[in-house]
Structures are given as structure tokens and as C-alpha cells.
Design a protein around this ligand. Structure first.
Ligand code: FES
Length: 169
């Protein structure tokens, strides 16, 4: 299917969208697979991609928006530079994961599944990440933080903020 000339091509990788649409021969019933391709590529589904797909697949933007918001796997906003994965598995839960989550939310002003306005931090609540003996645990990007307390968690988050502030000066 050829790219529509009426569409404004901005910073989004419309060629990648087209590749996925073509892979499924522009079949509107493949919309979930196409959205998964987009999310695999960008880590989220940009709002602007919805109107593009709607036109290409000849379905309403509302239908695509409904799918994206219905399935928890899809994200409409990009992830932050630092992805905080807070474990909410049984061991972490028993050892205070909720308090750790509250401390992160207090510091950053975000709940699970949200990203700070400055785009630096995303908070994701996840199931057991396999190091229960160190619970409660969180992972920030590749770094694992164990046996957390609300205080140590705040300190860790503040360290990241300090590092970022220093890097910007
Ligand atoms: S329950 Fe958190 S690491 Fe297993």
C-alpha cells in the first residue's frame, strides 16, 4: 500500500509504520499486530500514529484509540530515560513494596504506569523479578536495588535526580 501524499510526514518513522501495514497487506483485522510492531519499534504508540493508521487501514481513529487504551500492553506516552521497575511479587509485597511505591510516588509525583513530566522517570510495577531473598527490590534500568526501605528509596531516586541536574549544568 503506498504512503498517502496527504499525510504530513514529521519526526515519526512512517516508513516503519508502512512496513508493518504492508506485512499484513493493509488488513484492518491485523491492527493489534501492527500496533505491537509500532510499540516494539518506538517503545510506545504515538498519538499521531493513530490517525495515520486509521487512514491507511480505513478504520476510525476512535476504534484504534479504543484498542490502544483497552489493552494494558500498549502505551501512549514514551518511557522515561530511567525506568523504575518496582517488584510487587509476593515476597516484595510482604516486605513492604507498597511503602516503597509510595516513597517513589511522593518523590516523583507519578503512579505506576506513569512518566514524570520532564521525561526522566517511568514507574512500572512488575511481578517477581527473581531475587526474592533481597526483597523489597526495584530495578532502575540495569541496576538492581535490594532490601529497600522508604528512606533508602528516596535517597536512590534523589541521587538520580542530582546526577541529571549535574549533567545539565
Ligand atoms: S517477589 Fe520481588 S523479587 Fe521475587
Amino acid at each position: 500500500m503506498a504512503k498517502s501524499k496527504t499525510l504530513e510526514v514529521g519526526a515519526l518513522p512512517y516508513d516503519e509504520f508502512d512496513k508493518s501495514i504492508n506485512k499484513y497487506n493493509g488488513d484492518p483485522t491485523a491492527i493489534i499486530a501492527i500496533l505491537q510492531d509500532i510499540q516494539d519499534h518506538l517503545q510506545y504508540v504515538p498519538k499521531d500514529s493513530i490517525s495515520y493508521l486509521a487512514e491507511k487501514l480505513n478504520v476510525s481513529p476512535a476504534k484504534i484509540y479504543g484498542i490502544v487504551t483497552f489493552y494494558a500492553q500498549f502505551r501512549l506516552e514514551p518511557l522515561g530515560k530511567y525506568i523504575i521497575m518496582l517488584c510487587e511479587g509476593t515476597a516484595c509485597h510482604v516486605n513492604g513494596a507498597k511503602l516503597i511505591g509510595n516513597a517513589i510516588s511522593d518523590e516523583l509525583g507519578v503512579k505506576g504506569g506513569e512518566t514524570t513530566e520532564d521525561g526522566l522517570f517511568s514507574l512500572e510495577k512488575v511481578a517477581c523479578i527473581g531475587c526474592c531473598s533481597l526483597s523489597p527490590v526495584m530495578v532502575i534500568n540495569e541496576e538492581t536495588y535490594a532490601k529497600l526501605t522508604p528512606d533508602s528509596t528516596r535517597k536512590i531516586v534523589k541521587e538520580y535526580q542530582k546526577r541529571e541536574a549535574a549533567a545539565q549544568n
